[in-house]
Design a protein around this ligand. Sequence first.
Ligand SMILES: Nc1ncnc2c1ncn2[C@@H]1O[C@H](COP(=O)(O)OP(=O)(O)O)[C@@H](O)[C@H]1O
Ligand SMILES: [Mg+2]
Length: 609
Amino acid sequence: MSNIIKQLPDSVANQIAAGEVIQRPASAVKELLENAVDAGAGDIKLVVKDAGKTLIQVIDNGSGMTPMDARMCFERHATSKISKAEDLFAIRTMGFRGEAMASIAAIAQVEMKTRPHGDELGSCLKVEGSGLTEQETCQCAAGTNIAVRNLFFNVPARRNFLKSNNTETRHIIEEFIRVSAINPQIAFSMLHNDKVVFKLQAGSLKSRIVGIFGKPYNERLLPVQQKTDVLTISGFIGKPEFAKKTRGEQYFFVNKRYIRHAYLNHAVSNAFTELIPSDAHPSYFLNIEINPEDIDINIHPTKTEVNFKEAGYVYAILHAAVKQSIGKYSLTPTIDFNLNPEVETAFSQLPRKDLKQPGININPDYNPFKQSSSAGFEKPHHRPQGQQGWQKLYTETLPGQKTETSGREENEEAEQGLLETGHASPFFQLQQRYILTNVKSGMMLIDQQKAHERILYESFLEQLSGNIAASQQQLFPQTIPFSPDDAGILRSLKNEIGKLGFVMETFGASSFVVKGVPSGLKETDVAAILEKIVQNFKEQSTDLQSDKNINLARSMAANLSIKAGTRLEEREMADIFQRLFLCKVPQVSPDGKNILAIVPLTEIEKFLK
Ligand SMILES: Nc1ncnc2c1ncn2[C@@H]1O[C@H](COP(=O)(O)OP(=O)(O)O)[C@@H](O)[C@H]1O
Ligand SMILES: [Mg+2]
């Protein structure tokens, strides 16, 4: 038998290798944009025709290349960014493999003009299917201008495999966003079929995000900043109320390189759990600066994964940083119902951040379980300023009610009209489950149990953070036995449980004597709730104090909330309504369910046609 193994010609080998790096027009866009960033450009323009199938052009004002480098850059494994193996552990540039230009040249017709800033003349080159067809000295702007035409012209299978123009354009835009979002110091623009898609000025990260995603983002972002010896996390998260139903605006960067990381995504999402519906995804734009030695990016050119040496540590810091940011800044409820702008305006006038959830904290004795609840009803003692917001939301819709709420006295009056029974009631209970009320654009439905859970949850969180004292009721001492394991957990929570209003002492090896409980808790429920608390702690994944508190507050709120099926007096409904809108997050229950919905008049009209 004769020998059959032959070395492939370079052009074929290059084509095969190119397929690894350049899979679609968007991959070429990514590589060219990253090269321009690496070249230190202050201005980068992307011009695309027919979803990149006809033309992808990137024009930068970066370093430019000498005639020799301009020729060299199309060779495989030709790079100016690393020169020895150790350099792999100190990578600060986007590129380092020296494969992109060679790959692009293997599967397209490329024309490049480039000139270093100090040089008078530049070089113009044409490369096609890996072969240089022309190189001459020419006049051109400083920087590099590279035009890639007819991608995959010599790989018909690949070309036919491309998706519709819409899909390919989406991919290109996504790559454009990934590179431009994290480089706000660089001006970027994108033209598609002669139309401007993006025009982004150099500026701050915030202005860049707003430039990309639109003006409303000005109001939607919370800064995140955390520095430790090992890493620095900076960027923005979207406020909880703007979490999306689809996983869209989630951007992690490590040393300004876009990455995906399921574990770190969990660190962020988890910080939002009690604040957003369970099927919603928070937005984030976060950069982690870390010593390149502590990560491994050397995986695959098209992969967006990064391995961290200390992933657990990064998780904990990230989680805490996001939590802190939410806690610090999101005291301002901004409800986006995507509905009538009037409703939004009314909501935007809700009490603002200087408020400290007054009602809930001051009147913990109020227990809507009790049938005689209206007797125990008390109005919150504090009247936060600016509270006309929620009143306005519906008082204006009630015919015959005073709508002027300018002076203090009139305020009081409006409140009387609102809270007192006897007049036409602004609240109606549906099926002993929902509270219905008027809003400007139609009807608001509130789930009574979830609303009350949210109110209690925030109130218990306040107690746990030590801002207010818990109120207690005395018990005839009850001895409750636990397994040694569970008793250990309870002992470790002694401090927190005390803050919630439990008075208990250890008894024997693993029993407790309970002498006092948070007011509102039924004697018969004491053992059950302590067990629930222990159970929740077994499932908890982190040791953070904030998670501890959330866990406890959740268990307590779930246990003590008014359940569906409880009849409510009008005053109780008014009270729940009022306290709900003093919550930090009135629209979502602690376990991530929607608390309220607005049925617009237009919908109601449609029903009745
Ligand atoms: N826009 C540009 N401006 C200046 N130099 C560039 C540009 N694009 C590419 N180069 C040079 O060409 C080399 C090869 O580019 P590339 O194939 O993308 O590999 P890598 O980016 O991994 O080094 C780069 O290392 C750089 O020196
Ligand atoms: Mg590169």
